[in-house]
Structure formats: structure tokens, C-alpha cells
Ligand binder design. Structure first.
Ligand SMILES: Cc1cc2nc3c(=O)[nH]c(=O)nc-3n(C[C@H](O)[C@H](O)[C@H](O)COP(=O)(O)O)c2cc1C
Length: 374
């Protein structure tokens, strides 16, 4: 079942494997795309990943989260982005661009722009921002819409709206960040309003047959944050708004929870895998659009079981494909040993220094060196 051809709103996929959005730290400083980034996407397609989702691309300058992150806020970027889409298509793959805004985690040191978010945070937290007024909200909704249109013009197969991990749309969804008293705060319907406006605006410009995906948290793992019940309600709303597939994740950037979206758990056995299995099972009882499940999936039998038991429809990987971009092809060719990724997160280190994402463990093994301390 893992290798059967499927489709999401007419986007035909060769198998049920997805490369989850992964910030590569390899764009130019202005957010435009580089040949290294294009090569990485093409290589994932050569490795037979059914659907590739790019790293998060900021829809407006203040929404940049990280160093050398890709942007989708300027028309000048279109030719290079088209090259990226073409390179993947030449290898028989499909590629979706992840649209993002960091909200109160905007990288002010890189952008020089004060971050914006749903509410002014309590002083004890690690983030600070200006509370968005209705004009900011309108402008941001439009930025997402324009970015989606750019993505379509560049020849991508679809877009994914990043509403997970504590970034802007996740902040609006979460009562931990969102203390607003207007129509964007309070009830879950209000907290989801901005996301739904974005979905509606994007659909109005890309048409009915262009896939729109959303990545959402099953849980923030923060006191009084977004919880499983909220996720189920929002997923249903997203489905009714015409979204084609949901990718389920969880956890929050920067706030130190042990349940970060990229956990450093050592997975001793197959039972330790799949961070959000229970949440996925609940989703499947309530929501009918295809579920892409990400987080801690490392073994072929586990992946097979998830699809066979209808826990989810697609298996998504981030870190395993940093270490082994051709993991899916290896499995397809019959070598079904688990992914070699040990979930250590050392891959973040070179990217944070501006050198781009790579598996440091693999590199050290190749050179016969010990893994350096952070
Ligand atoms: C280096 C790195 C960069 C990431 N960048 C993004 C991103 O741009 N957008 C996103 O939604 N998730 C991002 N994630 C989270 C992954 O997509 C994924 O949800 C998480 O790592 C759990 O999956 P895994 O266990 O297969 O790695 C990133 C993770 C890592 C390790």
C-alpha cells in the first residue's frame, strides 16, 4: 500500500511518502532560491519521495523566522522557483511550497522589523511582539493569498499553509499566545478565523483544482495551549473550507517543551515511533480529508501498519530524509531496514550557523570523527 499511486485533489503521487517541510538554511540572504536548494529538491525526487514539501517560505518580510530561509514575498523570485519546480518534475516528483509567517518569532535581528503576533506576550516568555491590528491581519491574509498565487505561477503542484509549531497561524489558534478580545480571539471559531480567511482567499485565486494543504498541531504541549479537542474542531472547519489534506504535527518552537516538534527521543523500538498516533486515530473518526502524519516515524513495518490500519493516509519524514534523501527508494528496492536517523537534531547546527542543513552524524561517521559538542 505504501507504494501505490494516490492523488490529492488531482495531484497524482507515485507513493504515500511525503518529505515534511524542512528549513534548509540554504536560500540567499534576500530569501531567493539557490542552486543548492534546487539540487536538494531534485535529489529528493530522485530518491522517489512521492510528495516534496519545501522548507517554510515567508510570505512577508516581517514573517521571516530563520537565517537563509526561503521567501515567497516577491515576484522577482519566480524564475528560480520555477526552476525548482521544473527540476522536481523532470525527476517524476511533485512539489508543494510551504507558506509561512513566524508571527511573534519573527527574526528581528535579521529583518530589523518588529515582530507582530496576536497579542503582546507576558514578559516571562522568550518572545516579544506588537499586537496585530485589523489592518495587519488584512495585510497578512493578502500576503498569504499573493504568495499562493506566486507559487502556482511558478509551476508548483500546490501549497501548504503552515499553521503548526507556534508560528503565526498556530499562535492565533492557541490560547497560550492569543488573548484577543475581538473576533480573532476567544472561542475556537474566532481563533481559527484568520486561518479560514487565508484558506478562502487562497482558494479564490488559485481555483478549485489546485491542492491546498494545511499543517496543524495536534497539541502545543503548553499550559493552556492548543489541545487535541481544538485540533479536531479546527480540522473539521478546514475540511469544510475546502482544504485537500491536513498534515498533523505537534509541539512548539522555542518554548522548551520536552514535546518539541522535532523531539530528540531515542527510539529504542518500533513502539516508540509515531508521536501523534492517538491524535491521528481521533482525527480519522471525525475528518474525511486525507491525513499526512509526521513525527518520529522510522521503520518500514510501522509505516506500513499506519496506512494499513488507516491511522493516516500518508507517511511524512523530515530528519530521516536529511540523513538519507534516498530512503524511500532504498525501501522500495527491498532494503527495508529502519531509517538511519537517530533524531539527535544535530542537523540544525550547521543551518543555524548559515552553512545549510546536513546530517552531521553521517558526516562524522564518514570522516571517522566523533560527533562535536554543540
Ligand atoms: C532542521 C529542521 C527544519 C524544519 N523545518 C520545518 C519547516 O520549515 N516547516 C515545518 O512545518 N516543519 C519543519 N520542521 C519539522 C519537521 O517537518 C517535522 O515536523 C519534525 O521534524 C518531526 O518529523 P521527523 O521526526 O520525521 O523529523 C523542521 C525540522 C527540522 C529537523
Amino acid at each position: 500500500m505504501l507504494f501505490e499511486s494516490t492523488s490529492i485533489n488531482g495531484m497524482v503521487l507515485n507513493n504515500r511518502f511525503v518529505r515534511s517541510a524542512t528549513w534548509e538554511g540554504l536560500a540567499n540572504e534576500d530569501g531567493s532560491c539557490t542552486s543548492r536548494l534546487i539540487d536538494i529538491m531534485a535529489d529528493l525526487a530522485i530518491g522517489q519521495v512521492g510528495l516534496i514539501i519545501t522548507g517554510h517560505a515567508y510570505v512577508s518580510p516581517e514573517g521571516q523566522a530563520s537565517l537563509r530561509q526561503m521567501g515567497i514575498h516577491r515576484d522577482e523570485f519566480l524564475p528560480d522557483l520555477s526552476e525548482m519546480a521544473d527540476a522536481v518534475h523532470r525527476e517524476g516528483g511533485k512539489i508543494v511550497l510551504q507558506l509561512a509567517h513566524a508571527g511573534c518569532y519573527g527574526a528581528v535581528k535579521l529583518t530589523g522589523i518588529e515582530p507582530i503576533g496576536p497579542s503582546i506576550p507576558d514578559e516571562k516568555w522568550s518572545f516579544a511582539c506588537r499586537e496585530m491590528n485589523s489592518e495587519d491581519i488584512r495585510a497578512t491574509v493578502e500576503a498569504f493569498r499573493n504568495a499562493a498565487l506566486r507559487t502556482k505561477k511558478a509551476g508548483f503542484d500546490g501549497v501548504q499553509i503552515h499553521a503548526a509549531h507556534g508560528y503565526l497561524l498556530s499562535q492565533f489558534l492557541s490560547p497560550f499566545y492569543n488573548k484577543r478580545k475581538d473576533q480573532y480571539g476567544g472561542s475556537i471559531e474566532n481563533r481559527a478565523r484568520m486561518l479560514l480567511e487565508i484558506i478562502g482567499e487562497i482558494r479564490s485565486v488559485v481555483g478549485e483544482d489546485f491542492p491546498i494543504l494545511v499543517k496543524i498541531n495536534s497539541d502545543d504541549y503548553l499550559d493552556s495551549g492548543f489541545c487535541l479537542e481544538d485540533m479536531l474542531i479546527v480540522s473539521k472547519m478546514i475540511e469544510e473550507a475546502g482544504v485537500d489534506s491536513i498534515e498533523m504535527s505537534g509541539g512548539t518552537v522555542n518554548e522548551g517543551s520536552r514535546y518539541k516538534f522535532s523531539r530528540t527521543l531515542t527510539l529504542e523500538s518500533e513502539e516508540d515511533e509515531v508521536y501523534y498516533r492517538e491524535a491521528a486515530l481521533k482525527y480519522k473518526k471525525k475528518v474525511n480529508i486525507p491525513l499526512i502524519l509526521v513525527g518520529g516515524i522510522r521503520s518500514f513495518p510501522v509505516a506500513e501498519d499506519i496506512v494499513y490500519r488507516e491511522v493516516a493516509d500518508f507517511i511524512s519524514f523530515s530528519r530521516p530524509l536529511i540523513r538519507e534523501p534516498h530512503l524511500v527508494r532504498r525501501w522500495k528496492e527491498g532494503d527495508t531496514r529502519p531509517a538511519r536517523c537517530i533524531s539527535c537534531n544535530a542537523c540544525f547546527r550547521p543551518a543555524r550557523k548559515g552553512d545549510g542543513l546536513r546530517c552531521v552524524v553521517e558526516e562524522c561517521l564518514r570522516k571517522g570523527e566523533a560527533l562535536p559538542e554543540e
